[in-house]
Design a protein around this ligand. Structure first.
Ligand code: SPD
Length: 427
């Protein structure tokens, strides 16, 4: 047989475990493991997860590369094992077949760079090879693993270390704590970024303080969702608040955040907090009328367990549970990412609270797709948040609590809406 520079095995793995095929962290670990098992020197790994389905990635090795593309919905992985030198890529093949639980497979082996077809250049590369070899440290390789929160048209990707601290499939969703390179540890639910250590304050300060300062005398506050604890942490900074009831449907979220995001889950033991693991939709349907001063809906996106948090009946129940002068504030999605959910929620709130009583506050979150996000309000006779004038009180509070996003100017300014947003809000 004629000599070749490389060996390329094109593999079809079929009947694989779909959950593994959709799990970027275990695929990266298995692909790196497959290279190492065959004695390769790993230089770099780059992996992306595509929400809702699929993983693509490559492990660059001193001996060439291993690459993969998965289709979890078909239990299928297309794998390339491209090697040169003495490495036996069939060892990697056997390893991956086992890891992926492949029921069937096929493989096509090709020689690459047949020396009979090549003409060797006449130059001395020995010194270049020596130089390159000086940079190889077989103990270390760079990992380039990406978590992608996307719809079919746009995405936000965060590079993470590849380390997974918590990964549990609860009865409602997959709850994970991963570590991002830029924003510290982050909570993800079903492949969507919920919060990160380094930018959580944007969201949690803005969901809490504008409504509480607009109300001015809130004593009894209800938080629906908010399992990471950031919202109740902020609400409980207000000394006038006497009781906060928090109703989170998924105990796994609370557990994960208490253990791995303690700076966010900082107030779960506060004496004014009544923490319930329960369905917020059922809770509000049975709540007393005219009972709460402020209701905060800190839900996730309108898929899975949070879908009902975007319904007419849910917000009608919230309206009824608010006292006269009360304020509802809800996670309102993005006018640049999910325009439909954004405008439909506002139209629902306009219908229930009145056209002039459903203002929108915009703020910036670097780790949500498009970065532009909203909180939407329902005012049950409360003043418009823009008319708040007690700037000295707000700024003293900001100073005392060392807030990093909210201040008196942001309070008013966040209710200014660009023209394209005004259009989305028109009924
Ligand atoms: N796409 C992200 C929507 C925001 C969901 N809530 C985040 C929880 C923070 N407490």
């Amino acid at each position: 047989m004629s000599h070749a520079l490389g060996n390329h095995i094109l593999v079809e793995f079929m009947g694989c475990d779909p959950s593994i095929m959709n799990d970027v962290t275990s695929i990266e670990r298995d692909m790196v493991g497959a290279a190492q098992k065959a004695g390769a020197t790993v230089i770099n790994s780059t992996f992306h997860h595509f929400s809702p389905y699929g993983v693509s990635g490559v492990v660059v090795i001193q001996e060439s590369h291993l690459a993969i593309h998965t289709w979890p919905e078909y239990g299928y992985a297309a794998v390339d094992l491209f090697t040169c030198g003495e490495m036996n890529a069939w060892i990697s093949f056997d390893f991956l077949k086992e890891c992926f639980g492949a029921k069937n497979y096929s493989a096509l082996e090709m020689k690459r760079g047949s020396v009979n077809l090549l003409t060797r250049n006449d130059f001395d590369i020995s010194s270049m090879r020596t130089k390159a070899a000086e940079h190889i440290n077989p103990e270390m390789y760079t990992r380039n693993v990406w978590f992608t929160d996307k719809d079919e048209n746009q995405a936000l990707s965060l590079r993470f270390t590849g380390d997974v601290f918590y990964d549990v499939q609860s009865p409602f969703q997959r709850v994970r704590i991963l570590e991002s390179q830029k924003y510290g540890k982050m909570l993800t639910l079903d492949d969507m970024v919920m919060t990160t250590e380094k930018d959580e304050f944007h969201y949690h300060e803005m969901i809490s303080h504008p409504s509480l300062f607009t109300h001015g005398n809130a004593k009894n506050v209800l938080v629906i969702g908010g399992g990471d604890g950031g919202t109740v942490r902020e609400v409980l900074r207000h000394p006038g608040v006497e009781k906060v009831t928090m109703v989170e449907i998924d105990g796994e979220v609370i557990k994960a955040c208490k253990e791995y995001l303690p700076s966010i889950a900082a107030s779960f033991d506060h004496p004014k907090l009544d923490l319930r693991v329960d369905d917020g939709i059922a809770y509000i349907a049975n709540a007393s009328k005219d009972f709460y001063d402020v209701i905060i809906v800190d839900g996730s996106d309108p898929v899975g367990p949070a879908e009902g948090l975007f319904s007419v009946s849910f917000y009608t129940n919230c309206y009824n549970a608010l006292k006269a002068g009360g304020i509802l504030v809800a996670q309102g999605e993005s006018p640049k990412f999910n325009e439909k959910a954004f405008s439909e929620l506002n139209h629902t709130l306009q219908d229930i609270f009145g056209k002039e009583n459903a203002p929108v506050s915009l703020f910036f979150v670097p780790t949500y797709p498009t970065g532009m996000w909203s909180f939407q309000y329902g005012l049950k006779g409360a003043q418009h948040p823009k008319s708040v004038t007690d700037t000295d009180k707000i700024n003293a509070f900001v100073e005392e609590n060392k807030l990093k996003y909210y201040n008196a100017e942001i309070h008013v300014g966040s209710f200014a809406t660009p023209n394209f947003v005004k259009e989305l809000l028109k009924k």
